[in-house]
Structure formats: C-alpha cells, structure tokens
Design a protein. Sequence first.
Length: 495
Amino acid sequence: MEALLGGFAVVMTPANLMYCFIGAFLGTVVGILPGLGPLTTIAILLPITFKMDVTSAIIMLSGIYYGVAYGGTVTSVLMRIPGEASSVVTCLDGYEMARKGRAGSALFIAGIGSFIAGTAGTLAITFLSPPLSRLVLAFGPSEYAMMMLAGLAMVTYMSGGSLPRALLMAAFGLLLGTVGADPMSMTPRLTFGILTLGDGVNLVPLAIGLFGLSEVLFMATRSEEELKILAPPKGLAGFLPTAEEAKRSIGPIGRGSVLGFLVGLLPGGGAVIASFLSYAVERRLSRHPEEFGKGAVEGLAGPEAANNAGTAGAFVPLLCMGIPANAITALLLGAFMIHGVTPGPTILERQPEVFWGVVASMYIGNIMLLVLNLPLIGLFVRILDIPRAFLTPMILVVCLVGVYSNSGNADDVVVAVVFGFLGFFLRRRGFDLGIVILAYVLGPIFERSVRQALSISDGDPAIFLHSPLSIGFAVAAAVILGAGLWPRRVAAPRA
C-alpha cells in the first residue's frame, strides 16, 4: 500500500496530471472517430515522447489506450458505427436502445460500467499482478488452442435463432480469418492475386462495412416511419437509467469485469474477444434472451465492462513480465525501452516509481474519463435530432473516412463497401453478424496455436490434453456445445 501511495505522489504532480488528462482526452476523441484507433495514435505520438520523462510518457500513452474504450461507445450507440474494434458488439444492442429513446441511458450505463470495470481491473493489477503473471506463463500453444476452441464453441451460444444459420456465420468468419499469409509458411491464401488481401482482411473495414455501411443501406430502403427513433427524454433525469435497467446492469457489469480482465491477461486475447465472450455469456444467462439484438441492456452493460477490464488486464504481462499482450502494449513496451526501462519482474525493485506511477495514473485516468464523458451525454444525444436525410450521408462519410484513415489504403474502402452490401444482404435474411466478427477474431489465433502445438509434438494430437488447463478448456468446449445442441435435439421430435 505504501508503494501505491508513492505512485500517487508521482502522478499528482502538475505535469503528470496534465499528461494523464491529455491521454484520457485523446483516447476519448480517438474512440469516437472510427478507424483511427489507439494503435495508430500511439504510433504517431511515440516520437514526441522521446524528450519526456519515462513515467510521464507512459502515463499519457496508457491514457490513450484505456480512454479509447470509453469513446468508442458513442458512435456505436448513436449511429451503429463501431468507433473502435472492441466497440463492435456495442452496436448490437446499444443502437437499438437509442432507437427506443434510451440513448442517454445507454451512454450512462456504458460510462458507469466502463468506470467500474476499469477501476476493478486496476485494483486487480495492484494486488494480483505477481500470481497472475505466473498464470500467464503456464499457457502454451496447446492451452491457447483449447481456450480458443472454447471461445468458438460460444458461437453456438451467441445465436438465439437457427443453429445452422449460426454455424454458417461462424464458418464464414473463420474463412475470412484464413485470408492472407499462412501463419507458418507465409504463403498467400485465398487472396486471388489481390495485393490488398495479402495481409488478410483488416478488422476495421470488415466491422465498419458489416455494421456502419450496411446500416446506411438499411436506412435507404426503409420509410421514415419504419426508421422512426423515439426522442430521448429532456432534462438530466431523462439520461439516467430506470430502476429496472440499473438492476439488470449490475450482474453483467460484475461478470464482464472479471471475464474481461482474465481474457485481457492472455496474449492474443484483449478487449475485442472479451467483449464478444461477455455478450455470449449474458445472452445465455439472461431471463430475456429474445431481447438481445433488440435493445437488451445486458447486451450493452456486460461487453462495455469487459472491454475496459480487458484493457486493464493487458497491462499485467506488460509490466510484470515485459511481454506485450497485443500490438498496442507492444508499442508501450517500445516506449519503455526507448527510455531505458525494461518492464518485468525487476521493475518493482529497480524503478518502482515508474510501475506504481503508471498504476496510480490509471485510477485517476478512469475518474477523469468519467468526468469527461458523463456531462457530454446530452450533447452526444443531440446527434439523434439530425434529420435522417442529413444523418445518413454523415454516417456514410464518417465510415469511409474512418476506413481510409486507418490504413491510408483506398482499397480498404472498396473492401468496406463490399462488406457493407454483404452485411445488408445478411441482415435482411436474419443472420447474426456478430458471430462473423467473433469467429474472424478467434479463428487465426486458434489456427496458429493448433499448428504450433502439433509442430512441437511432431503431429501427436495428445498434446492438447497434456495439462490441466488444456483439459479444462476442452471439457468447457464440450459442455458449451452440448448445452447449445441439446435443447434443439429435444425439441425436434415434438415438431
């Protein structure tokens, strides 16, 4: 506790408080702007930090990382455009809440859930870092493979409709994940000679196409009456959730915080997977699963908590072992090394002020983000007052600019447009687009882990059952699949 208080003493200096605020503010703005993303922003700002103190630099860059999770909610809820990859799942129910006149409530729940999860994740970093870092070291390729298999099994749980339709979307997502260079031999697969697909299908044009552009097409084919959005209530009270919404949010926020943090610990995990798995869990635990995709508050609260907790969890392997959990923490690791600091077990002994200063800044940064975001809910909701004739082209422009700014590649805009038409086609026929994204994210990690494990064992599949962790995940996958298939098998004879 004394070490943490020392960290607060470090971060409470005027300079570090300013950098913490700058990071949180930039993170919110970056989250709102589709396509830009924390990776690009941190990469652009990294050279600026060369002349800064290492603690100040990491405080600012970290603020951008966890601040994005707040800002990405805004466009997801109000325009069905994922501001950031981990906000994709927020589009499913957050936007439907907005259409029902509950936009203010949705943003408020998301803000409070994000704050609780972010703070809980930081508490876990403070008190559980050493044992959790040892847990991460226990994961090898076989454990990752079985964990991803359990995640893919969740695909059947994410669909409240037809099982064949869910499996078809899962297969489509897995197929998209195989486009690009083979992870082991680096030979092109399914690129059809198109250079843009050489690095695979980028998540940003895929998500913006399936959700944002398909929404534009959906609006274009519907009458004003069909697209009518209930006006949100006026005044501060109108932005607060009802007692029923608050009650239904408590459990999902708690579960999302725990699940998100644990998934965030694992390399290749992170906020995107955490948010989708939280959505799957809440859909199956809910007493009203039929409401999911139609404005279920659980479908917003759980994933929003999970993506913020997942962001916090990614700091544990970075700070305690010097192992980046994803591309963003790899950049943060680079920032540490540029300043002559090597994260890992020795950082607590050699440079505790850096470790505890960064941790303390996360507590303060979460408070700053809450103060920044909640008062602006009324301003954000005013977007819904814009007539549809003007809002639709605005969404189109935001989507296309967001895709182009992500990579600077005009071909990605073409990819987004293609997936926009495809998403529109699938939505009209009742397919669940969320399953496509989940399978797309999990598939490459699963494939890579399976092939690495088989390479280590010289092709012996027994390696997938060689440890308690891998056996546990395999059993979980079997149970999930069995639970998803069993009701349908029972129901079939009655029909």
